[in-house]
Every structure is written in C-alpha cells, then in structure tokens.
Design a protein around this ligand. Structure first.
Ligand code: ZN
Ligand code: ZN
Length: 278
C-alpha cells in the first residue's frame, strides 16, 4: 500500500447533470494509505466505484461540495448498499448545511419500508446504516488526523452553500473544487497544489447562451487560477457543455485553452477511471 505521503486520486465520474453514457456524474476518490475519501456522489458513482475496484462498503469518508442533485443523487445508494453489503462502521459525511435533512428524508424516510423489511428478515443492525454528519458552516480547517488535513472554501454558486476541498497529506496537496463562479480567493486556496480537480463546465460563448452561465468557471478562469497558484497537474471535470455541443472534442479543446495559459502545468481533460498517483 502507498504511504500517506503518496496519495492517489481516481476520477469516478467526470460528467455533470445530464446522463451522457460516456461519463458518470460528479464523484472523485482520494486514497490515502488505506483510507478512501469520496468527494461527491453523483449519477452512477456507486456503479463506477465497483467497476474501478472500490466497492461501496470500502468507502471510509464522504465529502459533499453542494446539494445540486448531480452531486448527491447516488449518496442514498452508497449508504444503503454498503449497509446491505456488511459495512461495519458508520460513515462520516461532511457537507453544507442541509445535508443532514437530505439524508434523513432521502434515506431514512424514503426507504423506511425497505429498511424495516431487511432488519426483520436478516441480521443487519439498524445503527450500522446510520451516518455521522458534519455540516460545514465556515471556511478553513474542518478535519485533521495524523495523516491528512481537510480545509474548505465557500464560493458563490447558484445561491447554494457550497465548499471546495483542499486535502494535505505529507508534502502533497490535492484540491477538488465545487461548482463555482470565478472567485479570486481560489488562487490562494489552490496554491502549490500537486493536483487540482477543477470544474470547467463550458466556454464563455456557451455560458452566454444559457441561463445558468454565470454559475461556473471558463477554461480561461481555470488557466489563470492554475498558473497563478503554480498548480502542477490540472484535471478538468463537470463538462456541462458536452450535452449541448456537437463537438466531440470540446473537453479536450478546453484543456488546450488551459494549457496555453499555464504551459508549465500538466493539463488533462478528465475521464471516468483516470488515476493519478502523486
Ligand atoms: Zn454540478
Ligand atoms: Zn452545481
């Protein structure tokens, strides 16, 4: 196993809202030693976790960026399936205010008959289904142990509370952004990152054509952030534009724009299953 100073990052779902067959919804795994941290849990995240060798019951911690459905739609399945598969500890779940309400209604209430039925006909214990929620209310350090720290930054996005995450382990830094409007504080938050997983939903021209265009980062925004923050590797994600474009290479062409602004960085258009060992 890698030690805590050599984490791995696996893109579980590189897509966004719409159900493109080639991309799962937002979800990314960070493995630090034997700990598996899942960031967001969108459409087919659980399916892809199993495909890529990380069964639901092996996820140790969950971090949610915000409560748009594309980022949380598979979270009930993750909890129920891992419980059914014999997970033996409660999963800590970090997210914005409202995540506990979502889980109470979207899991415990919505699946009450199923839960009662399984408990009546098997040996599953009710408390093992439970989760330990931490609702994040401010920026900064939200969690630390001897192997890693997690810091957050809230930015504007569609009027929703949301958090980007900065994970530091040994001398490595990983940043995973939420969906986000441009914000100059992202440069400091991403400073010297070894890997930045960053939303790049579309181009300026695309944003000008849709009602939600003001909610997201352009490739130019991403390039400037990565250049000014001296990020080593950049992985683009959350390609909303693909559902509206006829250009099958649109994600790669946005990566090319980022490369032109930050030629010192290694720039990738994310794909499901991509793995980076740091
Ligand atoms: Zn999204
Ligand atoms: Zn969003």
């Amino acid at each position: 196993m890698p030690d805590s100073s050599s984490p791995s990052v696996i893109v579980i779902g590189s897509g966004a809202v719409r159900a493109l067959p080639t991309r799962g919804g937002p979800s990314y795994l960070v493995q630090i030693g034997e700990r598996r941290l899942l960031f967001d849990c969108g459409r087919i995240a659980v399916h892809n976790l199993h495909r890529f060798g990380f069964p639901a019951e092996t996820i140790d911690e969950v971090y949610i960026t915000h409560l748009h459905f594309d980022h949380i739609s598979d979270l009930p399945l993750l909890l129920l399936l891992s419980w059914n598969n014999g997970r033996d500890a409660r999963i800590p779940i970090f997210g914005p205010r409202g995540i506990d309400h979502f889980l109470e209604n979207g899991v415990r209430q919505a699946y009450q008959d199923d839960i009662d039925s399984r408990i009546a006909h098997g040996n599953r214990e009710r408390d093992k289904l439970d989760w330990e929620t931490t609702e994040i209310t401010r920026d900064g350090l939200i969690y630390q142990n001897k192997d890693y720290t997690i810091e957050t930054l809230a930015t504007a996005h569609a009027g929703l509370r949301n958090f980007s995450y900065r994970i530091t382990t040994g001398d490595k830094v990983i940043v995973i952004t939420s969906d986000s409007e441009p914000d100059p504080r992202l440069v400091h938050f991403c400073r010297d990152a070894d890997l930045l997983l960053v939303e790049c939903s579309g181009t300026k021209a695309f944003y000008d054509s849709v009602a939600f265009g003001g909610w997201h980062l352009t490739p130019e925004d991403v390039g400037q952030i990565a250049r000014d923050a001296k990020v080593k590797r950049v992985v683009l994600k959350h390609f909303v534009i693909e559902s509206f474009s006829d250009d099958p290479k649109i994600a790669e062409s946005m990566a090319e724009t980022v490369r032109a602004i930050h030629p010192d960085g290694e720039i990738h258009a994310g794909e499901d299953g991509m793995r980076f060992d740091l």
